[in-house]
Ligand binder design. Structure first.
Ligand code: LMR
Length: 394
C-alpha cells in the first residue's frame, strides 16, 4: 500500500531551514524561517521561562493527564493576555493545542464540524501552512486580496470587496498582527471597517495570532482583535506561544472560541475536547504550564514583558538600520517601507531568480517569495546584505 504514496516536496519554509543547516559556508546568513534571534544569532530560552521551568522541576509531583482541553490555568492566562476584558468569559470556549499550527488545525476542524461546506477566505499572500491546513481538512479555500505589492501596504479596498463575498457558514482568516509574510498590518480604522462588513454576515473571523508583542507591544498588537471581539457575535482565535514566549519546540498554543451564548460555549468546548481527543488526546502540557506560570507570577511576568520588549525593539532597530543603509547605498527611498512594517517579516520584492542568486552566490537565505526575517540579521551583516541586494539588481 505505502508504495502508492505520491512523492511530496518539502514545506517551503522548513525545506529552506534544512538547506541552510546543510550549507557549509561559515558566513551564510539565515533570513528564512521565522524565529527570533538575538545579536549573537541565538534563539534564547527566555529568562522567565527558564525560571518557571526550574520551579516546575522542583515542585511538580505528577505528570498524569490534565483535561482534554489542557491546563485551565494556562487557558485563563491566555484569555487574559489576548482578550483582556474584551470577551465575556461565559461566551469563551477554550482548548490548548500543540502550537499555532495545532490551534489552527483544531479551529478549522471545528469550523468543518459546524459548517461542512465552509469556505475559508485566506489573505493573499499568507503563511503557506494556512492553505496547507485548509486543504488537508478538505475545506474550500478562497483567496482574498490583502497586499498592494507596488505600494507595500494593505490593499484595504480589495480586501473589503473580496470579503463581501463571504456568507453564512464561511470563515475569514486574518492575521492578528505582524502579518506573515508582508509585515503590513490593518490600521485600527481598517479593523473597524472589516468588523462592520462582517458583522451581519454569519462568517466568523479566524484570527491567527502568532506574534503578539513583536509589532507595537503586547497590548497594542491585539487592539484590533479585541475591537472585533466587542463587535462580532462569534470569533475564533488561534494563538501561538512559539515566538511570544520563545517556546517553539515545546508546541504551545490555544484555540479561543468566542460564541454567541453560554449554551453555545459549552457545546463548542465539548467539540474542541472531542477534536483534541481524536487528534492527539491531550495537548502537550509542559510548555503551556510554563507560559501559564509566567503570566500568573507578577515578577516572572514583568521579566518576560521586559525581555519581549527588548526583542521587539531589536527587530524595530534592525528594520531602520537596514532601510537606512539601503537608502544610503541605493540613493533611493524604495526600501523605506521596511522601517514602518511590523514584526519579523517583510517582502523584499525580489524575483525568484534574484532570491536564488542571493542564496547560491552570496549565502543569503530567504523564502522564495523574497520574504526576509529581519531578526535573522545582525548589525554587522547589514553592509554585506545591502551590497548583495543591490548587486542582484534590487
Ligand atoms: C515561519 O513563518 O517561518 C514560522 O511561522 C515558522 C513556520 O512554522 O513556518
Amino acid at each position: 500500500m505505502l508504495e502508492r504514496l505520491q512523492p511530496r516536496a518539502p514545506d517551503k519554509i522548513i525545506g529552506l531551514m534544512q538547506a541552510f543547516r546543510n550549507d557549509p559556508r561559515p558566513d551564510k546568513i539565515d533570513l528564512g524561517v521565522g524565529v527570533y534571534r538575538d545579536a549573537a544569532g541565538l534563539t534564547p530560552v527566555m529568562r522567565a521561562v527558564k525560571a518557571a521551568e526550574r520551579q516546575l522541576c522542583d515542585t511538580q509531583t505528577t505528570k498524569s493527564y490534565t483535561a482534554l482541553t489542557g491546563d485551565p490555568a494556562f487557558l485563563q492566562a491566555m484569555a487574559g493576555l489576548v482578550l483582556g476584558a474584551a470577551a465575556a468569559p461565559e461566551r469563551l470556549a477554550m482548548a490548548a493545542a500543540p502550537g499555532g499550527t495545532g490551534a489552527l488545525h483544531i479551529a478549522l476542524a471545528l469550523v468543518r464540524l459546524a459548517s461542512p461546506g465552509a469556505r475559508v477566505f485566506v489573505p493573499d499572500p499568507s503563511w503557506p501552512n494556512h492553505a496547507a491546513i485548509a486543504d488537508a481538512l478538505g475545506l474550500t479555500r478562497v483567496p482574498y486580496r490583502y497586499y498592494d505589492a507596488a505600494a507595500q501596504t494593505v490593499d484595504e479596498a480589495g480586501m473589503l470587496a473580496d470579503l463581501a463575498q463571504a456568507g453564512p457558514g464561511d470563515v475569514v482568516l486574518v492575521h492578528g498582527c505582524c502579518h506573515n509574510p508582508t509585515g503590513a498590518d490593518l490600521t485600527p480604522p481598517a479593523w473597524q471597517r472589516l468588523g462592520a462588513l462582517l458583522a451581519g454576515r454569519g462568517a466568523p473571523l479566524l484570527v491567527d495570532l502568532a506574534y503578539q508583542g513583536f509589532g507595537d507591544g503586547p497590548e497594542a498588537d491585539v487592539a484590533g482583535l479585541r475591537a472585533m471581539a466587542e463587535t462580532l457575535p462569534e470569533m475564533l482565535i488561534a494563538v501561538s506561544c512559539s515566538k511570544t514566549f520563545g517556546l517553539y519546540r515545546e508546541r504551545v498554543g490555544a484555540v479561543l472560541a468566542l460564541t454567541g451564548s453560554p449554551a453555545a460555549r459549552a457545546t463548542a468546548e465539548a467539540n474542541l475536547a472531542a477534536l483534541n481527543r481524536t487528534t492527539y488526546a491531550f495537548p502537550p502540557d509542559h510548555g503551556a504550564r510554563l507560559a501559564g506560570m509566567v503570566l500568573a507570577d507578577p515578577d516572572l511576568r514583568a521579566d518576560w514583558a521586559a525581555e519581549l520588549e527588548a526583542m521587539r525593539t531589536r527587530i524595530a532597530r534592525l528594520r531602520s538600520t537596514l532601510a537606512e543603509a539601503l537608502t544610503a547605498q541605493s540613493g533611493s527611498d524604495r526600501f523605506g517601507f521596511l522601517a514602518g512594517q511590523k514584526g519579523l517579516f517583510s517582502l523584499l520584492g525580489a524575483t525568484p531568480d534574484q532570491v536564488a542568486t542571493l542564496r547560491e552566490t552570496h549565502g543569503i537565505y530567504m523564502i522564495g517569495d523574497s520574504r526576509i526575517n529581519l531578526a535573522g540579521l545582525s548589525e554587522q551583516d547589514v553592509p554585506r546584505v545591502v551590497e548583495a541586494f543591490l548587486k542582484v539588481g534590487l
